[in-house]
Design a protein around this ligand. Structure first.
Ligand code: COI
Length: 349
């Protein structure tokens, strides 16, 4: 299709300060929508943010064909707006869609949907230095039929919301060994709704025990770290940045990838490999200053304060001189245009 995007403007702009609202509660004024029918994308448009009308028979409501992305845009030092790593987000979106038997979104449609929406709702960009616009492209299966099948019809939407810090304090996490998030051959690497829905119950149990999040372990040994609720897991132990390898069961996180690139560029030793909780115990017991943190678009770099393994809580290093903060600051500077965009990650709109 030609990407002619019709725009229907919101008559009354309603920018509100959302700093104290929960993450993702307040949408910007507009949203992008396109429909997939008869093998093609059509009717691409930006309209005032509004509810969807869906038949109760829509397949997404029954069999979980839903995929999403999470991206961010930042006010840059020149007063313009940088959208961060559109290419990688688009690529991951299409990989997730492929895994869920859903149609790809052409790059030009994805890029235009995001850039036009963010341009139109640029007033919603938070003025605070730490604020950004969180962008949520997503797709749902809309064919009306309750029989179990791959949908032939879809909606591709993009919405946005002002975003601030996702976690307000360093996290207390537990190593989860009873439940798993994903297994070899499953959907663990796809950003599909079911992965998140399936994680709620064990996470809720962990919350009842007083933890903020779980650190998932592998499905075979329940020993090797996978990722955390909304983020990839990273560790800095004995001068090495270690993160679980992309084995097919964890998300190929854009923040993860960005922090690894920055670390390598700065000469930090990086290892993408399996890491077991026994290795963590050994490091803690040998007195190493272990840093542990989550890396994700919404969470950015989320320091972990304690890791509970079995019944023992191990304290991680969250001092201001921790490497995770150096990496987080370097990422921040690139995204905001305070440091040169040496990796070509920003799309200025
Ligand atoms: C993100 O970090 O963008 C995510 O998708 C995680 C969460 C908000 C669901």
């Amino acid at each position: 299709m030609e990407n002619t995007i019709l725009i229907e403007m919101q008559m009354e702009k309603q920018v509100v300060n959302t700093k104290s609202s929960p993450f993702g509660k307040t949408p910007t004024d507009h949203m992008f929508v396109a429909e997939y029918k008869d093998g093609a994308w059509e009717n691409a448009r930006i309209v005032p943010f509004q509810n969807l009308t869906l038949s109760p028979l829509s397949l997404c409501l029954h069999y979980g064909q839903t995929v999403f992305e999470g991206m961010k845009a930042f006010q840059n030092a020149d007063g313009g707006i940088n959208v961060f790593r559109m290419e990688k987000h688009h690529d991951r979106f299409n990989k997730s869609l492929h895994r869920m038997c859903m149609p790809a979104v052409p790059k030009s449609l994805f890029f235009e949907a995001v850039t036009q929406l963010i341009k139109l709702d640029a007033d919603w960009m938070p003025e605070d230095a730490e604020g950004s616009l969180y962008i949520r492209p997503f797709m749902i299966a809309t064919e009306e039929r309750i029989g179990v099948k791959v949908s032939d019809e879809y909606l591709f939407l993009v919405v946005a919301t002002p975003a601030y810090q996702y976690y307000s304090k360093p996290l207390n996490v537990k190593i989860e060994t009873s439940y798993i998030r994903s297994a070899d051959g499953g959907t663990g690497t796809a950003k599909c709704g079911g992965n998140y829905g399936g994680a709620f119950y064990p996470t809720q149990l962990a919350r009842e025990e007083g933890f903020d999040q779980v650190l998932w372990t592998d499905s075979i040994h329940n020993e090797f770290i996978e990722e955390s609720g909304t983020m990839n897991a990273m560790f800095y132990i004995n001068d090495t940045l270690i993160t679980p390898v992309l084995s097919g069961t964890i998300l190929d996180g854009v923040t993860r990838d960005s922090l690894l690139a920055i670390a390598r560029h700065n000469g930090i030793k990086v290892e993408e490999r399996q890491i077991s909780y026994n290795e963590l115990i050994k490091a803690f017991e040998e007195g190493a200053r272990v840093e542990a943190f989550g890396a994700g678009t919404a969470a950015v770099v989320a320091p972990i304060d304690t890791i509970t393994i079995g019944h023992k809580a191990y304290k991680c290093n969250t001092e201001p001189d921790a490497i995770m903060f150096t990496l987080a600051n370097a990422l921040y500077d690139i995204r905001k245009g305070y440091a040169p965009d040496i990796f070509n990650w920003n799309t200025e709109i």
